[in-house]
Write a protein that binds this ligand. Structure first.
Ligand code: SF4
Length: 329
């Protein structure tokens, strides 16, 4: 089986291709050429014509197929639908960020699975069920394709598309390695956000491995019974244990924990909800991302102005992310 470029970090690539005569420097060139131009580098600088021929036989550069692209006239978000190798299609979203006039950048919101097994009740992807894990290259190529289609640079990546990153951990971490390597997409690790619905073993592994990317955990309710109704993950990952894992993460990383709170009118945006959150997280420095629920079925509605004021005022946090990625957290 041929080695897929864009599916391994340069160090992994070097380990796999060293027997063929590939040096660490050449492995970085191979990754850079695959990511930036979709081809092997030209001969030179450690790559002889003969070695290049060998690599043509040994390796392959896979590509996603873009099935659809829709740009919202309201907010400029561009939604892409991709097909990889395997069943199902998956979505990525290009989010425009205007820091200063004339300085437009993008954040790519990527998927890590086709569908999702987590079954969060307000999430369209959750209703699809689980299809399959994406390979690392299928994650990386979402960013590559978006960058190639864009007039401004992609400076950040968020794992908030389809799927639960902690349940496709190895591929996600490999993809993050490639996205952040200078010879890969050169996106700063701190500009990459991994968002989990709260898989405790994954958070503990993430903590132990001391990754530098930003971690966001979907809490959405500080009442375990209510959370279990909204996020079935609560059943095997109870809130008290989750908060304990986040205290450990904070103590090891020194990072403030970001909690995502999907606001649902009449459900989790009252004074009591804010108070329970404050009680639960006492002593743990957190940042709260308040997100409007986005439920195409219409069963769950975003908060009214009054409810939004209440949760903002009582929790002491500003609304800082308006999620528009077809879902979710
Ligand atoms: S919100 Fe995220 S974790 Fe929950 S079902 Fe949707 S994709 Fe899965």
């Amino acid at each position: 089986m041929r080695i897929l470029l864009k599916n391994q970090t340069s160090a992994q690539l070097h380990a796999a291709l060293a027997p063929a005569g590939v040096s660490p420097h050449l492995a970085r060139r191979l990754l850079a050429a695959a990511v930036k131009r979709g081809e092997l580098p030209a001969p030179g600088s450690g790559l002889t014509a003969r070695l290049r021929d060998d690599l043509l036989a040994l390796t392959e550069i896979p590509h996603l197929t873009q099935v659809q692209k829709v740009v919202s006239p309201q907010d400029g978000f561009a939604r892409y639908l991709f097909q990889g190798r395997g069943i199902g299609q998956f979505e990525a979203v290009r989010i425009p960020l205007l820091h200063r006039p004339g300085d437009l950048k993008y954040v790519a919101c990527v998927s890590c699975q086709v569908g999702c097994a987590m079954g969060c009740v307000f999430c369209a992807t959750g209703r699809m069920g689980f299809g399959r894990n994406l390979a690392a290259w299928e994650i990386v190529d979402q960013v590559v394709k978006i960058q190639a289609d864009s007039p401004h640079p992609v400076r950040g990546v968020v794992f908030m598309g389809m799927g639960e990153p902690m349940l496709n951990y190895d591929a996600v971490m490999t993809a993050i390695g490639i996205l952040s390597e200078p010879c890969g997409m050169a996106i700063a690790a701190k500009a990459i956000t991994l968002s989990t619905v709260g898989i405790i073993p994954g958070i503990r592994r993430f903590t132990a491995e001391r990754h530098r990317v930003r971690l966001v955990v979907s809490l959405t309710s500080a009442d375990p019974l209510q959370r279990r109704e909204l996020l079935p993950v609560e059943q095997g990952n109870p809130t008290p244990d989750l908060i304990q894992a986040l205290r450990e993460y904070h103590s090891v990383s020194g990072q403030r924990v970001t909690l995502a709170w999907t606001m649902i009118s009449g459900v989790n945006v009252g004074e009591g909800d804010a108070q329970r959150l404050a009680d639960l997280t006492r002593g743990l420095p957190i940042k709260l991302d308040l997100i409007d629920v986005n439920d195409p079925s219409g069963r769950f509605r975003p908060p009214s102005r009054g409810e939004l004021d209440t949760i903002q005022r009582r929790s002491g946090y500003r609304r800082c992310l308006r999620h528009a990625v077809g879902r979710h957290r």
